[in-house]
Design a protein around this ligand. Structure first.
Ligand SMILES: [Zn+2]
Ligand SMILES: [Zn+2]
Length: 272
């Protein structure tokens, strides 16, 4: 579905960056600084996506849900002050089985443009904070559990965009077995449940030194017709749009000709 409200020239890519953290969660600058940077970069849209984890141990990197009204108001006020760039209101919400009720309440209570669904936790530990998580464990099993949980998250209907869908690669622990079947399972789950995935370029700044998901499997997502967008997961303004040309190139070579944009939780596809 392509919508004519978006002006698209053949040569200019409609650049969006929907995965951004500010001082409302664990980002380093207030939202205004990211907007200024995005305008300088000629981005068409940026979207804010503070962490909401619903776990007790995350005061240092998550936003207290009680701050949601203040957050929403601040982002919406930025829209009025900056009419030349699209400013979207999102959140990055952890999928935590058993917390469906509060998850639904949060999603329903604010005028979000999109919800990024992320899995950081396997049980009560996060897969991304340090390599300790992986030591002495069965890496095949960790991958299987992680991919199953991301697919389960996609099936809930809570989320529009699945964030860094193979974050479990972050510390470079890899299964010895071939795991193509896990990516096939993920691509068909995303297709069936009609969610978008992101190429998250921030993996380049991590021990992994590459994007999520693994570029090798992106053609699988294209074959399943899963919509995609490119996001930086920026925690400071200089990282907005980082490595995006490389990501666009991967998408083109993988068979993509459109990217997803969001407005009030409605998705549109824009050719590039
Ligand atoms: Zn995340
Ligand atoms: Zn993030």
């Amino acid at each position: 579905m392509t919508n004519s409200i978006y002006s698209v020239s053949k040569r200019t890519i409609y650049r969006t960056d929907y995965h951004i953290h500010t001082t409302f969660s664990d980002g380093k600058e207030p939202p205004e600084e990211y907007v200024n940077r995005a305008i300088r970069l000629n981005m068409k849209e940026i979207g804010f996506s503070e962490h909401i984890t619903l776990m007790p141990d995350t005061q240092d990197w998550g936003m207290d849900p009680e701050r949601l009204p203040e957050y929403a108001e601040r982002i919406i006020s930025l829209r009025k002050k900056n009419p030349n760039i699209g400013i979207r209101l999102g959140i990055e919400l952890d999928y935590i089985p058993g917390k469906e009720k509060i998850t639904q309440e949060i999603i329903n209570s604010y005028p979000f443009d999109y919800i990024i669904g992320s899995v950081h936790y396997l049980g009560d530990q996060t897969v991304d904070l340090g390599p300790e998580f992986y030591l002495g464990k069965d890496i095949n099993l960790i991958y299987e559990n992680y991919f199953n949980l991301v697919c389960e998250a996609a099936s809930t209907g809570f989320f529009d965009i699945m964030g860094h869908p193979d974050l479990v690669r972050i510390h470079k622990y890899k299964p010895l077995d071939d795991i193509t079947h896990l990516y096939s399972m993920m691509a068909s789950a995303f297709e069936i449940h009609d969610v978008t995935f992101e190429i998250n370029t921030n993996g380049r700044n991590k021990p992994l030194n590459d994007f999520y998901p693994d570029r090798k499997y992106i053609p699988l997502f294209a074959e399943h017709g899963v919509p995609v967008c490119v996001n930086s997961d920026a925690h400071f303004p200089l990282r907005i749009g980082q490595f995006f040309d490389e990501a666009y190139d991967i998408l083109k070579r993988s068979g993509y000709s459109e990217m997803a944009v969001f407005n009030k939780r409605e998705r549109f596809l824009i050719p590039f």
